[in-house]
Design a binder for this molecule. Structure first.
Ligand SMILES: Cc1ncc(C[n+]2csc(CCOP(=O)(O)OP(=O)(O)O)c2C)c(N)n1
Ligand code: SF4
Length: 338
């Protein structure tokens, strides 16, 4: 990490006026990222925020850091280059579900497979917001939109499943309006060495309002979501009396004190294990069968591409007899044309 100093939340804000619709979940996500950066005390000039195209991708304009609003679907490719060429820079990628998982799907999975040390914030509003309401790869089957007037006839990607299937070492999920949880998750993502994917369930008030409401509204969120914490029992519910247990190969939700289940039966979350099968089950949990998992689901160590490239370059430079351009062009097969 770079040299540390006292920094405030406002030090990360640019002086441009924020152009998202009033009530859009993007405002809260911006605040969470700025708060997390202030807590991490990373200097604004040591940060680069790279985005694709979409409402969410306007994000770099609002940050007082380096930034690049690139082209649709290519944020991961540009961010990869930025990080590998500048290993000491803290690189954040901002992307929407269309940007990352439709046009940018290929870059998304290869960024994760390579494990480049980039913090990806995936704004999942299950719609194309900027282009006014077409369905996206995360829209639910049957979703009616301008491009699916009779309902979609395809199943959506689950970003967690995709990230873990691409050998992801860090996956977390949060909700735009849950500021405290979002800040914690962003900080964990930033500290993790390698690609960190943070899926934020984001509300688009204009084209897909309340899409996450069944699990995020105040009345139901405690019963329909579970906040996972490494080393702690998987407990949830308004009264804190529900928990997760294994039932054969599957996860099951139970009430502690009923059907013979005690606190001892409740699973303990191990976010750091290399074994991915439990993380995949947790990432795939969905309401109404099971609570939707929030917090850090997986945070496992692994070799990062950028560190490996840096080391390889240093090793080669130490051993090579080629030190100048002249020596390079005269190395190998050289012919003199007379
Ligand atoms: C090559 C290319 N194809 C299509 C578009 C049009 N386009 C711009 S943003 C976008 C989708 C945005 O949706 P998402 O990534 O989910 O972001 P949101 O606006 O919802 O934040 C599309 C299809 C484009 N700009 N460039
Ligand atoms: S269209 Fe939707 S996603 Fe875009 S700024 Fe407005 S509310 Fe946010």
């Amino acid at each position: 990490m770079s040299e540390q100093c006292e920094l405030k939340f406002s030090d990360y804000k640019s002086d441009l006026s924020v152009r998202w619709c009033p009530g859009c979940g993007d405002h809260a996500i911006l605040n969470s990222v700025q708060k997390a950066m202030a807590n991490l005390k990373v200097k604004p000039h040591d940060v680069a925020v790279i985005s694709g195209i979409g409402c969410s991708s306007r994000f770099p304009y609002y940050m007082n850091t380096y930034g690049f609003h690139t082209i649709h679907g290519r944020a991961a490719a540009v961010a990869s280059g930025v990080k590998v060429a500048n290993p000491d820079l803290h690189v954040w990628e901002i992307t929407g579900d269309g940007d990352a998982l439709a046009i940018g799907g290929n870059h998304f999975i290869h960024l994760i497979r390579r494990n480049i040390d980039i913090n990806v914030i995936l704004f999942n509003n299950q719609i194309y917001g900027l282009t006014k309401g077409q369905y996206s790869p995360t829209s639910k089957r049957g979703f009616i939109s301008k491009t699916s007037p009779f309902g979609t006839v395809e199943d959506p990607f689950r970003p967690g499943e995709l990230a873990l299937g691409a050998r992801g070492q860090f996956f977390a999920r949060t909700v735009d309006k849950e500021l405290k949880l979002s800040v914690e998750v962003m900080e964990e993502a930033a500290k993790h060495k390698g690609t960190s994917i943070v899926e934020v369930l984001q509300n688009c008030v204009i084209y897909n309002d309340r899409t996450h409401e069944a699990i995020t509204d105040k009345k139901h969120k405690l019963d329909r979501t579970i906040i996972l914490k490494h080393g702690e029992k998987m407990i949830f519910g308004t009264n804190g009396d529900k928990g997760l247990v294994m039932d054969g190969m599957d996860i099951k939700a139970v009430t502690i004190g009923q059907d013979g289940y005690t606190m001892d039966d409740i699973l303990v979350h191990d976010a750091q294990t290399q074994h991915v099968s439990m993380h995949r089950k947790l990432a795939n949990m969905d309401y109404p069968e099971l609570p939707v998992a929030l917090g850090v689901i997986r945070s496992a160590e692994g070799l990062s591409y950028d560190e490996s490239v840096k080391k390889q370059v240093e090793d080669v430079q130490e051993k090579t007899s080629i030190h100048t351009f002249e020596e390079l062009v005269n190395s190998g097969d050289v012919w003199e044309v007379k």
